[in-house]
Design a protein. Structure first.
Length: 308
């Protein structure tokens, strides 16, 4: 394997990175249900002080044809090129506690070398713990708190927070491999997989970002501002509830998901919150179809606001 250090450049912006900080990570590009990781990362970068510590080489890691960067066409010339970024940041939470944030695109290439590079940075900065977030669609109702599946070697967090513990094979992402290698080294690491209502998987679901922030707080003790996201979440859910109230079929489907969720949480002998005893399940398409009108209204409202 080529030297992992060749995948990143250490920034000269930061005079010194304190040792022993928590590392928080979230990468986009695969199964980001509810745009949880996207919102989580953008919210932290928008609201907290940060500096770039290390920048990864996109030309080595990114498939540009699969995920094309954007460039602005300004009448007769090109401007405002926005390349994809994968950076390690030095951040400060709401109480000015420093931590490290690894965020950006999930690498398309050289996973082993990328993982070795992350482990190299973990060692270089004597990282205390590594915590990462991910989100997948699940047939659960939006009327119940978002659950998480917890992985890693921090047993206290798994015991306290993991509501679904399957024995299954899953498509891996790059941070799965990072967690796996960190476990081999005995480094304290934990991954939170948010279980997002499948009929909201293609939306920006603010409650998903709040759950991501709360999960990281539980693992690290870091404090994040969430007032804006919570307010957006209340407005979002109120609009969905309005759609449910005005559509009997949708109300029945959501009610079925609620019954299965509640039975599972009460230690009912169901194997998981996904199916009932007969294995029947409302499809994502059934619920998503009923919400198309709501999403169209929401998009139109956003466009009107931008045009004001």
């Amino acid at each position: 394997m080529r030297d992992p250090a060749g995948l990143y450049d250490i920034s000269t912006e930061v005079a010194e990175v304190p040792r022993g900080l928590h590392l928080v990570a979230g990468l986009t590009g695969f199964a980001d249900a509810g745009a949880a990781v996207t919102q989580f990362s953008e919210y932290l970068l928008d609201t907290l002080d940060h500096q770039v510590v290390a920048q990864f080489d996109s030309d080595a890691l990114l498939d540009y044809r699969a995920r094309r960067p954007t460039i602005y066409f300004d009448q007769d010339h090109l401007s405002d090129y926005r390349p994809a970024k994968l950076n390690l940041y030095l951040m400060k939470d709401e109480l000015q506690q420093p931590f490290l944030l690894l965020t950006g695109y999930e690498p398309d290439f050289q996973w082993e070398r990328f993982t070795a590079a992350v482990l190299q940075l973990v060692d270089k900065y004597k990282v205390k713990t590594t915590t990462w977030v991910h989100a997948i669609p699940m047939p659960v109702p939006h009327t119940r708190p978002i659950g998480v599946t917890v992985s890693g070697n921090r047993v206290e967090l798994i015991d306290a927070m993991s509501i679904w513990r399957p024995h299954t094979q899953v498509p891996a992402n790059a941070l799965h491999l990072v967690e796996y290698r960190l476990q081999e080294l005995g480094h304290p690491t934990v991954g939170f997989v948010l279980l997002i209502p499948h009929y909201l998987a293609d939306t920006e679901y603010p409650a998903a970002a709040v759950t991501a922030l709360e999960s990281v707080s539980a693992a690290t003790g870091l404090i994040f501002p969430t007032d804006r996201l919570r307010e957006e979440g209340r407005d979002f859910v109120a609009k969905i509830d309005g759609q449910v109230e005005n559509n009997q079929e949708l109300a029945r489907l959501v009610g079925t998901l609620e019954e299965r969720h509640d039975s599972y949480m009460q230690d009912n002998p169901l194997r998981s919150p996904l199916t009932d005893v007969d294995g029947e399940l409302p499809t994502a398409d059934e619920i998503a179809a009923e919400l198309q009108n709501f999403l169209a209204i929401r998009r139109n409202g956003d466009e009107e606001k931008q045009g004001d």
